[in-house]
Design a protein around this ligand. Structure first.
Ligand code: TXA
Ligand code: MG
Length: 307
């Protein structure tokens, strides 16, 4: 796999490598190198108070970076590799640099399931800091072409690995295991119900202070404003439907009402509708529960007043 060896060499040399995960494309850099991580923040225009997720190949590598309590162990064994990020106290011997953690004593860890991401992480053998590969505050990329269109990468130092379209389509679920009760920081690719079934308890809601900066109200936004849970289209609007509810809509996230299919299509369809430069995008109601809560979360943030 020559392209993997090349990508790993670029990462080791301080380059940026965008790579597919099962959720969205990530913009990777050597998480142990402040200089490499600084290039991620610069390329995305991301505020430096917003920590990055460290991606590792397996649980053993994760144990070197984060302190797992019993809940964290249970979640890792149930959902890794997969679309779950655990926020844990960092270990004293952890190698992920301060800048990647935004100076926090905690660390966000994830073992992705996508075969190309897994192979890259095995090949490079160091934690890879990777936010979604989009300009800060904008729609996440689910195809390599989205990354190429949106981010200023240096062809001499950086690369994009093309693994086709992402299956899950919304980012990982983030759960912090810092106290007695795990907290759901961001709904995502693993449904809350599945996590609670494994934990045999309810996940707590985050406190009033922002615990994951990705939870900022305005995020994941297209250029056009959004109107949500609409029953019909108004003049000047372009419609994003779910389960064939809206007359005159342009795209349907899932004509058969399948939430997994809707999540996989969400960002791509928002990009497509946005490219038509409509006055507004009107979105049909999406049922809650399962992946519906991640979809509704992203739509609410995309519709929130811009900062
Ligand atoms: O699916 C995903 O999670 C994708 C793929 C590439 O893995 N990554 C992703 O990264 O969505 P990003 O940077 O767009 O979102 C990461 C979120 C941010 O909201 C950040 O605040 C939160 O994770 N986060 C990271 N480390 C944290 C920590 N130590 N404490 C609290 N939140 C943390
Ligand atoms: Mg993001």
């Amino acid at each position: 796999m020559a392209h993997l060896a090349k990508a790993a060499a670029l990462l080791r040399g301080g380059g940026l490598v965008a790579f597919p995960t099962e959720t969205v494309y990530g913009l990777g850099a050597d998480a142990t190198s402040p200089a490499a991580v600084a290039r991620i923040f610069a390329a995305k225009g991301r505020p430096r108070f917003n920590p990055l997720i460290a991606h590792v190949a397996d649980l053993e590598a994760a144990h070197r970076e984060g302190r797992f309590d019993a809940n964290a162990e249970r979640l890792a064994s149930a959902f890794w590799p997969g679309p779950l990020t655990l926020v844990l106290p960092r270990t004293a011997s952890g190698t992920v640099c301060d800048l990647a953690r935004a100076g926090l004593d905690t660390i966000g860890l994830r073992v992705p399931a996508h075969p190309l991401a897994a192979a890259l992480l095995r090949e490079v053998g160091i934690p890879v800091a990777a936010p979604s590969a989009n300009p800060s505050g904008r729609l996440s990329p689910t195809r390599a072409a989205d990354v190429a269109a949106d981010l200023p990468l240096d062809p001499k130092r950086d690369a994009i690995l093309d693994g086709g379209a992402c299956d899950v389509g919304v980012e990982s679920t983030i759960v912090s295991c810092l106290g007695a009760t795990p907290v759901l920081l961001r709904p995502g690719g693993v449904a809350r119900e599945a996590i609670e079934a494994v934990l045999r308890c309810s996940l707590a809601a985050p406190g009033p202070n922002i615990q994951a900066p990705g939870m900022l109200a305005s995020h994941y936004a297209p250029v056009a404003p959004l109107r949500l849970a609409v029953a019909s289209l108004e003049l000047g609007e372009i419609g994003l439907d779910f389960a064939r509810r809206l007359d005159g809509s342009t795209l349907d996230l899932s004509p058969d009402g399948d939430l997994s299919e809707a999540a996989a299509n969400l960002y791509r369809y928002l990009r497509e509708l946005d490219a038509a430069r409509p006055e507004r995008i009107a979105v049909a109601p999406i049922p809650p529960g399962g992946l519906g809560s991640a979809i509704n979360d992203r739509l609410r943030r995309a519709a929130a007043p811009r900062i």
